[in-house]
Design a protein around this ligand. Structure first.
Ligand code: ADP
Length: 489
C-alpha cells in the first residue's frame, strides 16, 4: 500500500508526547512489512536541521488558502533506521517559530497553521506524483485532511481512490475555532456550517469532529479508550459524534519499540537480563540503590522498590499519590522512586519528601531518558494510578522489564495489564478502580502478598516480560484498518 502519514509531531524531529512516537515508528514498521509511506510535517523553527540532516529540496508547492495562493518550500530527511522519506513544510508565517502548539493556550493562528498543513499534504503528494491508498490524519492538527479529501480532491486523479483514516491520540483537544475565517481559508462554504453539521459543535467550528465525520475509518490508541470516549465524559462532549460513527471506530494499542526498550539489549541499564536470567534484575536494583546513596547494609533488606516515571499532573493521579505516599511508607516495607517533572507544586512536594524520607524515597525531579530505563530495570513494581490514559507507554515498558505494574483500570492500562492470580499463575500485574488513598493501600497490599511468595512473583514477572506489545503488532493492525476502509469504498 501507499500511505501518507500527516502529523504535527514525529519522533525524533519534534515531540510533545506519545503522538510523536507513534508517527515515528508506524512508517518504519510498514516499510519492514513491504509498504511504501511518506510523512508530512511542519518545519518548526526549533527542529535541529544539522542533527537530523534536513535538506532543502528543489521543490516549492502552491497551497490554496482562501482566495489566494501561498507557497512553501519543501525540506526532506529520512526517518532514522529506515528509508522512509519525511517531508517538512516550510513557512515563515506559520511554522518558523519555537514550539509546536504554543501551549498552554495555543498560538492564536493555530487554525491557519493547521489548515495550511492539511492542505499542503495534498499539494505535496501531487507534486511528488504520489498516489496514496490511504491518508492517516493524527489528532485535530491534520484532521482537515479528511474533509479536504472528500471535498476538494475527490475527483483528483491521484486521490480518487484514496481513503481517509482519522486517528485520535487524545480526545481532550478538539481544535475549536471561529468558523467564518477558518472555513474561508479552507475554501469551504459557510453553507456547510449549520447547527449539527459535520463542522459545527456548539456554535463553533470543531476540527476533530470534522475529521471524525469525514473519515472513512477512525482509530484511537486502545480498545478501552475507544469505549470510554463514547460512553463517558472522556469523550469531552463528542460522545454522540463518536457514537454516530461507532461502526467505523476501532481502538488499536500503541506499541513499544523493542529495539529501544528491551532489558536484553538496553545499554542504558547496568546489567542486561532476560526471562531466563531475571535474577540479574536484582543487580540493576542493587546498583541503582547504591548510586542513590542507600547504605550497603540497607540495600540487602528485602524491600520492594516501587517506581514511577511520569509527567507530574493530576491526569497521572499525583494528587492521590501525594496524599497516600507517606502513609504507604509508614504501613508497608517499601521503597519509592520517582522520576518526573511538571507541576511546580508537585515538584516541590516530592523534593521535600525526598529530604525527609530518604532513603525510603529516591526522587529525581527532571527529564532523564537514561534514568527512566534504569528505573524500569531496578523497580520491582511500577505504579500508574492514572485518572485517564488513552494508551500509556510506561506500563508496557514495565512489563518488558519485569517491573510488575500496578495500574488504575482505565484506557490502555486496562488493555495491557491483567490481574495476577497466584493460584492459576495467570496475569501480569494488579489493577484498581477507585482513585483514592484506600484503593492504593489495598492494591499495594495485594501486590506485596504476592511479592513475598517468590515462586508466584517470578511467574508474574515471566508473564509480564513475555507479553507482546510490539510496534510491529500495532503497525499490522493499522494496515488491517486501511484494508477495511478500502473494502468499504
Ligand atoms: P504521556 O504521553 O501521557 O506523558 P505515556 O506513558 O504514553 O504518557 O508516555 C510518556 C513517555 O514519556 C514515556 O516514554 C516516559 O518514559 C517518558 N517520560 C515521562 N516523564 C519522563 C521523565 N521525567 N524523564 C524521562 N522520561 C519521561
Amino acid at each position: 500500500m501507499n500511505i501518507v502519514l500527516a502529523s504535527a509531531e514525529v519522533f525524533p524531529f519534534a515531540k510533545a508526547g506519545g503522538l510523536a512516537d507513534v508517527s515515528g515508528y508506524l512508517p518504519k514498521e510498514w516499510e519492514a512489512l513491504g509498504h511504501r509511506s511518506l510523512i508530512v510535517m511542519p518545519k518548526y523553527g526549533d527542529i535541529d536541521v544539522e542533527k537530523f540532516k534536513l535538506k532543502p529540496m528543489n521543490l516549492t508547492i502552491a497551497v490554496p488558502m482562501g482566495s489566494w495562493t501561498e507557497f512553501a518550500q519543501i525540506w526532506s530527511a529520512t526517518l532514522p533506521d529506515s528509508t522512509v522519506p519525511v517531508y517538512f513544510i516550510e513557512s515563515a508565517d506559520y511554522f518558523d517559530r519555537q514550539g509546536i502548539y504554543g501551549n498552554p493556550d495555543g498560538f492564536a493562528d493555530n487554525n491557519r497553521r493547521f489548515v495550511f498543513l492539511s492542505r499542503a499534504v495534498f499539494e505535496l503528494a501531487a507534486a511528488l506524483n504520489f498516489k496514496p491508498d490511504v491518508i492517516l490524519a493524527n489528532d485535530y492538527h491534520t484532521a482537515f485532511t479528511m474533509p479536504f479529501l472528500k471535498i476538494h480532491y475527490r475527483d483528483h486523479h491521484l486521490f480518487r481512490d484514496t481513503v481517509g483514516v482519522q486517528s485520535i491520540h487524545n480526545m481532550a483537544f478538539h481544535g475549536v475555532f471561529e468558523p467564518q475565517e477558518t472555513l474561508y481559508l479552507a475554501q469551504i462554504g459557510m453553507d456547510q456550517f449549520y447547527s449539527m453539521s459535520w463542522f459545527e459543535f456548539h456554535g463553533a467550528l470543531n476540527t476533530l469532529k470534522a475529521g471524525i465525520m469525514f473519515a472513512d475509518k477512525i482509530t484511537t490508541v486502545s480498545p478501552t479508550y475507544a469505549l470510554e470516549i463514547r460512553y463517558s465524559d472522556q469523550g469531552h462532549g463528542l460522545q454522540n459524534v463518536l457514537l454516530e460513527r461507532a461502526g467505523d471506530l476501532i481502538g488499536i494499542l500503541n506499541g513499544v519499540d523493542y529495539k529501544v526498550w528491551d532489558p536484553e539489549t538496553d545499554d542504558s541499564i547496568y546489567v542486561n537480563y532476560t526471562t531466563d536470567t531475571v535474577e540479574k534484575k536484582w543487580e540493576n536494583k542493587y546498583e541503582f540503590l547504591r548510586r542513590s546513596n542507600v547504605h550497603e547494609s540497607e540495600i540487602y533488606a528485602d524491600m520492594p522498590l516501587i517506581g514511577m516515571v511520569s509527567r507530574l499532573t493530576d491526569q497521572k493521579g499525583f494528587d492521590v499519590v501525594r496524599d497516600a505516599i507517606e502513609y504507604l511508607l509508614h504501613i508497608y516495607p517499601i521503597r519509592f522512586t520517582l522520576l518526573g517533572s511538571g507541576g511546580r507544586e508537585y515538584e516541590n512536594y516530592f523534593r521535600d519528601l525526598n529530604l525527609r524520607m530518604h532513603p525510603r524515597t529516591l526522587i529525581r525531579i527532571g527529564y532523564d531518558e537514561q534514568l527512566s530505563h534504569r528505573i524500569e530495570a531496578a523497580a520491582d513494581i511500577f505504579l500508574m494510578p492514572s485518572r485517564f490514559e488513552p494508551c500509556g507507554l510506561n506500563q508496557m515498558y514495565s512489563l518488558k522489564y519485569g517491573a510488575i505494574p500496578i495500574v488504575r483500570r482505565t484506557g490502555g492500562l486496562a488493555d495491557t495489564v491483567f490481574e495476577f492470580n497466584a493460584e492459576s499463575g495467570t496475569g501480569n500485574g494488579f489493577l484498581f478502580d477507585d482513585l483514592n488513598v484506600q484503593s492504593l493501600v489495598d492494591v499495594i497490599g495485594r501486590a506485596l502478598n504476592v511479592y513475598y511468595n517468590k515462586a508466584a512473583w517470578k511467574k508474574a514477572m515471566r508473564n509480564a516480560m513475555t507479553a507482546d506489545n510490539s510496534a510491529r503488532k500495532s503497525a499490522r493492525a493499522y494496515l488491517e484498518v486501511f484494508e477495511w476502509a478500502r473494502r468499504g469504498r
